[in-house]
Design a protein around this ligand. Structure first.
Ligand SMILES: C[S@@+](CC[C@H](N)C(=O)[O-])C[C@H]1O[C@@H](n2cnc3c(N)ncnc32)[C@H](O)[C@@H]1O
Length: 232
């Protein structure tokens, strides 16, 4: 069940399996997450074959590995939460209903067309249309990453801002805690769950640091209006 709990500011961080912990949580307003995509990665390093091969090498570097990536993510347990946003849309489209598509363009124009993905897709439960966010910071910062599939903080802030009225955000597959850092910067409450003790520790550290480096724009961020409300 809950193997460890850390409260840091408005963030509640839980070590354990999110599917076991989910029924124990109180009300959350939105789930914003980057779940394992289920690319059948078996823990062996397969650099050069695409997919999570390169991620596997990185994970090994950090002495830990991606867990539960051997089956496609199932969003069903989270369907009771009104607002939902999941990365990896293209890996399990049949499991998601109609909604808005978000695109993270993660490579520069010059780098387009290599064996690595140029972009990633997220599904958002409200609205419709396709919206893009360009952030190539992780291309340059690969060595700085704390997690093999770490997302940039500005990207996750944009994701959280898709739900302007949501006070408490859940990330059940928190990894290195990027969604939590985004919530700290936006002045939202956060619940994060991570099954891997190594990544859990990294997430605690990053969230502590985010509080230690106050963002002067938090108050303005609270005022941010919806990216797009349902129009039709
Ligand atoms: C794609 S990564 C998330 C990376 C994150 N976006 C970041 O920026 O660091 C998914 C994470 O989910 C974790 N995970 C896998 N199965 C889980 C489960 N059943 N409960 C909680 N965490 C799980 C993995 O250990 C991994 O760290």
């Amino acid at each position: 069940m809950i193997r460890r709990e850390e409260i840091i500011g408005d963030c509640r961080l839980l070590l354990g399996d999110c599917l076991e912990i989910l029924p124990l949580l109180g009300k959350v307003d939105a789930v914003v997450s980057d779940p394992p995509y289920g690319m059948d990665w078996d823990g062996k390093v397969t650099v050069g074959k695409g997919g999570h091969g390169a991620a596997g090498a990185k994970a090994k570097h950090y002495g830990t590995k991606i867990i539960n990536d051997d089956r496609p993510f199932d969003p069903e347990p989270f369907s009771g939460i009104q607002n939902r946003l999941f990365w990896g849309f293209n890996h399990f489209p049949e499991r998601l209903s109609k909604g808005r598509a978000l695109v993270w363009i993660k490579r520069s124009d010059e780098a387009f067309g290599s064996f690595l993905s140029d972009a990633e897709l997220a599904w958002c439960s409200s609205g419709h249309g396709v919206y893009c966010f360009r952030d190539q910071s992780l291309m340059a910062e690969t060595k700085e990453r704390a997690h093999p599939t770490q997302k940039p903080v500005p990207l996750m802030k944009w994701c959280v801002q898709q739900f302007p009225k949501a006070e408490t955000i859940l990330d059940p597959f928190m990894g290195s805690g990027t969604t939590g850092v985004a919530c700290v910067k936006l002045g939202r409450k956060f619940i994060g769950i991570e099954i891997d003790p190594g990544y859990f520790e990294i997430a605690c550290e990053r969230i502590r640091k985010a509080y230690a480096q106050p963002d002067f724009f938090v108050d303005q961020a609270r005022q941010i209006q919806p990216v797009q409300e349902q129009m039709f």
